[in-house]
Design a binder for this molecule. Structure first.
Ligand code: C5P
Length: 304
């Protein structure tokens, strides 16, 4: 028997980052949204753990570990440890989410694996336990289970759903060269130290919460923000062109996705998103997707 679970990419509509904690992580106040780019994870019983990764983007796939360093296997080990089981599985990941893009693709794989193995082995893990195990695997993994829209606090792992009545459309502009999340956070610290401005306690803007509740795209455009944008652009000057091209293409707003290098272009509706994506393609941005949001969290798509 096999179980396949689909999990979506995340974006941060607002990513407020505070001064680094003693454990090396940063306190966050973020509003997550799940967008329509997906990884599918298939699991089947096996004598030992293995993972294979396929997808369209062969260059970036080489960067995904195909051994026990892969976050999907770590998710499997965490789940079996939780239940005191001596079992293993074959894991097949099919990636539609760009690798190292600031879209939490690895976190999506971990969340999908947790859910898929729970169903494969009929473990009936409680939601509370799944979210806790997810949080230990990575800051963005709990949100990948939830999907929709949610606030994130702590280092991002403390999630709470928020009302999102919008029917949003984004153009997601990928970049062939990935960006390391720890490197961007380190540069955030360096810039803070250099300017002597310790980050204040981050908060989610009230206007953003209102924009999501009312589905007001113009208000959303005004309330987006990402504290990692400055350090990421400092490390990757080339991304400025993507932002400029996005504005020229008629996006309502431009935003760095998480720690980058993916750039997000907010659009008015599906038709506008198709136009903007077409304009970006003609400007030479080969990896562009017009996607809806919010979309569901990790969910079973087949039992075979
Ligand atoms: O939790 P996750 O494994 O996704 O984090 C990857 C890296 O990003 C961490 O090792 C840390 O360097 C950085 N990070 C951080 N503060 C956060 C989340 C991540 O500094 N809140």
């Amino acid at each position: 028997m096999t179980v396949t679970v689909r999990a979506a990419a995340k974006i941060n509509l607002h990513l407020g980052v505070g001064a680094v904690r003693p454990d090396g992580f940063h306190p966050l106040a973020t509003a997550y949204q799940a967008v329509g780019l997906y990884d599918d994870v298939l699991v089947a019983d096996a004598d030992s753990w293995s993972v294979t990764v396929t997808g369209a983007d062969h260059v970036a796939l080489a960067e995904v570990p195909q051994n026990e360093d892969n976050i999907a296997i770590r998710a499997g080990l965490a789940l079996t440890a939780h239940h005191g089981l001596d079992r293993a599985a074959r894991i097949e990941i099919h990636k539609g989410i760009p690798v190292a893009g600031g879209l939490a693709g690895g976190s999506a794989d971990a969340a999908a694996t947790l859910l898929a193995l729970d169903r494969l082995w009929d473990l009936r893990t409680s939601d509370e336990d799944l979210l806790r195990i997810a949080g230990e695997l990575g800051s963005d993994v709990p949100f990948a289970l939830l999907g929709g829209a949610a606030t994130g606090h702590g280092r991002g792992e403390i999630v709470e759903p928020i009302t999102d009545n919008g029917a949003w459309w984004w153009v997601v502009v990928g970049n062939e060269t990935g960006l390391s999340t720890p490197a961007v956070y380190r540069h955030f610290d360096e810039l803070n130290a250099r300017t002597g401005t310790a980050a204040t306690d981050p908060e989610i803007p009230a206007d953003l919460v209102t924009a999501l509740r009312t589905g007001d795209v113009d208000l959303l455009a005004l309330s987006l923000g990402n504290d990692l944008q400055r350090p990421a652009l400092d490390l990757r000057e080339d991304l400025r062109r993507t932002f400029d091209d996005g504005a020229d293409a008629g996006a309502l707003a431009t935003l760095l996705s998480g720690s980058g290098p993916t750039v997000l272009l907010l659009c008015r509706d599906a038709e506008h998103a198709r136009e903007v994506a077409g304009a970006m393609l003609s400007k030479g941005h080969e990896h562009c997707w017009a996607v809806p949001a919010p979309v569901a969290g990790a969910h079973v798509v087949s039992y075979d």
